[in-house]
Design a protein around this ligand. Structure first.
Ligand code: CA
Length: 221
């Protein structure tokens, strides 16, 4: 899952970025509203965390600019403005949820998972295709209801990217986008290495290779 963090406070931004990385998200961090809007108009993200008080362009302007272009990216507002007016404006303006500073990082992560579930069109907290299941809260995988299997952060990110849409084929670059944030070095065979590691843990039939195109998990197990 690739997340764009838009936050101009260096300490809060660094704390959120660290927590998101620990939770296996690929994180890109911008500190300016104008740059955020330009980036969101040209790149795919699974979720945006948006501060409201920003240089360049206010967070509410960023939100308005996105929704005016029918960009449906899931968006959580993070803000110190705790007035009721601001909260309502944010939700009316197309935010999916908000958290008020100072907030607990565990709560932020839980709200992100809830927004991703709702926007993904499924109320189920666990992803799965009938063969393999993955719990985003605990980051444990299970095959055919077997014992929980521990995955590394990047193994989790890759399996999650595939399980969000069983049956969809993701190319190497699409998988890299969901696993690595800006500035993170990607080894040329990193995706193959992770697929290999996942197959050893989950069984070779779980992830299918479509030669020359990419990888998928089957729809319906
Ligand atoms: Ca700010």
């Amino acid at each position: 899952m690739r997340v764009l963090l838009v936050e101009d406070d260096p300490m809060i931004g660094a704390a959120i970025q660290g927590a998101l990385k620990d939770a296996s998200y690929a994180v890109d961090w911008l500190k300016d509203g104008r740059a955020a809007l330009a980036t969101l108009n040209s790149q795919h993200y699974d979720l945006v965390l948006l501060d409201l008080g920003l240089p360049g362009k206010d967070g509410m302007e960023v939100l308005a600019g996105l929704r005016a272009k029918d960009n449906p990216v899931p968006l959580v507002v993070i803000t110190a403005r705790d007035g009721l007016d601001d909260r309502l404006r944010g939700l009316d303006g197309g935010a999916d949820d908000y958290v008020l500073k100072p907030f607990d990082l565990a709560e932020l992560l839980a709200r992100m998972r809830a927004v991703l579930r709702r926007k993904g069109g499924t109320a189920a907290p666990v992803l799965g295709n009938g063969m393999v299941s993955l719990d985003p809260a605990t980051r444990e995988a299970s095959v055919h209801g077997g014992p929980p299997l521990l995955l590394s952060n990047r193994e989790f990110s890759l399996l999650q990217a595939l399980l969000v849409r069983p049956g969809a084929i993701l190319s190497r670059s699409e998988l890299e986008d969901r696993i690595y944030g800006w500035g993170e070095e990607v080894e040329s065979n990193a995706v193959e290495y992770l697929i290999h590691a996942l197959r050893r843990k989950l069984g070779s039939e779980v992830i299918k290779n479509v030669r020359g195109v990419g990888w998928m998990v089957s729809k319906g197990g």
